[in-house]
Design a protein around this ligand. Structure first.
Ligand code: UDP
Length: 412
């Protein structure tokens, strides 16, 4: 076993690593390709950044391709994303044209890689139409949907459905997200990498130093939300919760985020957040570079409470990251957050700024409870949401697809 695999073994157990190696061996020589729309920013890029090196370490022939697009394309995919998460309205014709045209040019560019790949994972709606340009494809193609499609805008779903129904299978994070599609659907939850810069244990001195460098005094408990500046992450709702909680407990609020290269709306949301935070020295709005993984780790490790007050959420890796650092997490009662937060066990699910404020106050005034929930939180992630488990499920799915399911589906 290589040094890297041993390190994973020390966290997840050597038995788990042995079974992962056996499964990976069965796919040796098969060409696996992942395609998404950004190298950095957001959960998909975060997962692939860890999954690709781990897969390679296991001897798999795997690569990661990113579709390139112009502003019209990303405007379209952002509208698709918002609409699939329930936003009303339709797609402007110009955006549809950019969506289809961008996928056509990317298909030509990726032809050599995708045509003869044995397995292709297409992540989210952005590159979904690629499939249509590969009528002679050799391999199995899987559409991996990471977003909260529990109640999509129906007309936009019908449009996306046309592009995804030809896939051999699709993967969703939650049963609530499954859709009527003419192929097998699998449920696999996302995960975090315990060995990444974002999640390794940091020394207390590094945490203090990072807070100091960011100009955040550690004189009172910090409530933290890390998120892209996106309307569904509800940063304004977080500020409201903080304002209500503050009437009872002395706290600081840190909202840390950055843009993803495929997200054209973040500037507008950030401006509204800055406006709402203006004049309050205890609110810190941080715009971080895309590679600030260690900084985010330090922020999460030094926080008293982590929040993710989303109103829609595919999964919410920031929840997983907070839980892993032994923080009880207060999260919106939606999507993938429901899978991760068990009320009173490792955090609280909330439906309003008032609800969040009550939970902030509770956690800050019940230190022993906060600590106990923090211990539960880490254990829960260890058992359910680490990258080794997710990769095992992905690989088992590939084997199942080529052997008509059966025995292999037991591993999913
Ligand atoms: N993230 C980051 N920098 C930021 C904001 C977020 O590195 O400025 C990371 C965050 O730590 C997490 C991922 O991006 O790993 C966000 O994933 P999540 O599932 O929470 O949300 P998504 O952005 O995919 O909707």
């Amino acid at each position: 076993m290589s040094e890297m695999l041993k390190q994973y073994g020390e966290v997840v157990g050597f038995h788990a690593m042995d079974s992962l190696m056996v499964i990976a061996d069965m796919l040796r020589g098969k060409k696996i390709v992942h395609v998404n729309s950004t190298k950095e920013g957001g959960g998909v890029a975060e997962i692939l950044s860890s999954m690709i090196p781990l897969s390679k370490e296991l001897g798999l022939d795997v690569s990661w391709e990113v579709v390139e697009g112009n502003p019209d394309f990303f405007a379209c995919t952002k509208t698709l994303h918002n609409s699939l998460q329930g936003m009303p309205g339709g797609l402007p014709e110009r955006q549809i044209e950019a969506y289809v045209e961008t996928n056509r040019t990317n298909a030509a560019k990726l032809n050599d890689v995708l045509e003869d790949a044995d397995y292709v994972f297409i992540h989210d709606p952005q590159p979904a139409p690629l499939l249509g340009y590969f009528p002679n494809r050799k391999g199995k193609w899987i559409w991996r949907c990471h977003i909260d499609v529990s109640s999509p805008n129906r007309s936009v779903w019908r449009f996306v459905k046309k592009h995804v129904e030809g896939y051999d299978a699709s993967i969703f994070s939650l049963p609530d997200f499954a859709q009527p599609l003419p192929h097998p659907q699998y449920l696999i939850t996302p995960s975090i990498d315990p060995l990444s810069e974002k999640n390794i244990a940091l020394h207390k001195s590094e945490i203090t130093k990072t807070y100091g460098e960011l100009g955040i005094p550690m004189d009172k408990p910090v409530i933290l939300q890390v998120s892209r500046f996106d309307r569904f992450k509800d940063p304004l709702g977080v500020i409201e919760s903080y304002r209500i909680a503050r009437e009872h407990v002395d706290i600081r609020l840190v909202l840390a985020g950055g843009g993803a290269t495929d997200d054209p709306e973040s500037g507008e949301v950030l401006a509204r957040v800055q406006e709402a935070a203006a004049g309050d020295p205890d609110i810190h709005v941080l715009l971080l570079p895309a590679d600030a993984h260690r900084t985010i780790n330090a922020l999460q490790s030094g926080a008293a409470v982590v929040m993710q007050k989303s109103t829609k959420e595919g999964f919410g890796l920031t929840v997983t990251e907070g839980l892993w650092k032994k923080k009880p997490v207060i999260g919106g009662d939606v999507g993938g957050i429901r899978l991760q937060i068990i009320n009173r066990f490792n955090g609280f699910r909330v439906r309003s700024p008032e609800g969040a404020a009550i939970r902030i106050r509770y956690l800050l005034t019940h230190k022993w409870k906060r600590e106990r929930m923090g211990v539960n939180a880490r254990q829960y992630v260890l058992e359910n949401f680490l990258i080794t488990g997710q990769l095992r499920r992905y690989l088992s799915l590939l084997i199942a697809l080529n052997s008509s399911g059966g025995e292999w589906e037991r591993w999913l």
